[in-house]
Ligand binder design. Structure first.
Ligand SMILES: Cc1cc2nc3c(=O)[nH]c(=O)nc-3n(C[C@H](O)[C@H](O)[C@H](O)COP(=O)(O)O)c2cc1C
Length: 284
């Protein structure tokens, strides 16, 4: 992955159309909401609650299912020039593999993101990734079905105590990189299980990124969790991430990705002002 890549985090860019008035979609790296084989209606409302420094959400992986996604959402995104990374989640390892197999044939899929953070304790009926070897088994099954020249990112659950172990396991299983900074397990105000996102989780996510990049310098890490502008994006990059994902901030300000991209491009131009072409490569 190119250094400084800024991606729309899964579930936070809608179908992509919602972002069109605010961002140049051409060349935008967008991770779709997690797609399952069959449609899912999602959890009961309300699904989002504000907290002092973030959101708690309990969307329940609402999505139209693979067939509908392939027939309607994907072609629109591809026509708009979006680099589409499809997030996949399944009830079994077989379902993950089936999603990868069918998406490998769909024109315009730039890569996959394997959602390994789906909490079964939320009663979602999805494959529960409790141990690093569960994550590795899913990634290996997906990797077998998806062309080697296209990336498969593994999005790990935000478990600081297992971050390095998890990253090593999925890397060895063939993941092109890991995404760190998924929602932290939390509760909705009425006690339903949910995920905490936004600025509240940045310090935890940064720590995960630091630990993984220090222990496993060969593993590409994409960091996320409360990225809301150039300053937080730079903090993740300084921690060793190669790119960042932006989620919750888009709900307040849909231009956030464009702003961060512009700022990082300016940084790069400043940094490399007097460099030769070879020097510029070294900055990446
Ligand atoms: C409303 C909402 C829906 C989300 N849906 C998904 C999803 O379908 N799949 C997934 O892997 N992550 C999902 N996430 C998690 C985000 O992709 C991201 O990892 C998390 O929100 C942390 O980043 P942030 O603090 O920038 O939001 C969702 C987050 C929110 C707020």
């Amino acid at each position: 992955m190119r250094w400084g890549t800024v991606m729309v985090a899964s579930g936070c860019g809608g179908t992509g159309r919602e972002l069109a008035p605010y961002a140049d979609l051409d060349g935008l790296d967008l991770v779709t909401r997690s797609i399952t084989l069959d449609p899912r209606a999602g959890g009961p409302t309300p699904r989002i609650a504000e907290t002092p420094s973030g959101l708690v959400h309990a969307v329940g992986h609402q999505n139209p299912g693979l067939e509908h996604f392939l027939a309607t959402e994907l072609p629109w995104l591809v026509r708009a020039g979006v680099r589409v990374h499809v997030s996949v989640v399944g009830a079994t390892i077989g379902e993950y593999a089936e999603l990868a197999r069918r998406l490998s044939r769909a024109p315009g899929v730039a890569g996959l993101e394997v959602n390994l953070g789906a909490p079964d304790q939320a009663g979602e009926g999805l494959f529960e990734v409790r141990e690093p070897y569960h994550a590795a088994s899913v990634v290996a099954a997906v990797r077998r079905e998806f062309p080697a020249d296209r990336p498969v990112l593994a999005k790990l659950r935000p478990d600081l105590s297992r971050a390095v172990e998890g990253a090593r396991a999925v890397h060895d299983a063939g993941a092109s990189g890991v995404v760190l900074g998924d929602a932290v397990p939390a509760a909705m105000p009425d006690g339903r299980p949910g995920g905490l996102t936004g600025p509240a989780i940045t310090p935890v996510a940064l720590r995960c990124v630091h630990e993984v990049t220090s222990a496993l310098p060969d593993v590409e890490v994409v960091g996320g969790g409360g990225v809301d502008g150039p300053r937080t994006a730079r903090a993740f990059l300084a921690a060793g991430a190669v790119g960042v994902q932006v989620g919750t901030a888009l709900l307040h300000d849909p231009t956030t990705v464009a702003r961060i991209r512009a700022a990082l491009t300016d940084d790069h131009v400043d940094d490399t002002a007097g460099d030769t072409a070879d020097d510029r490569e070294d900055h990446r």
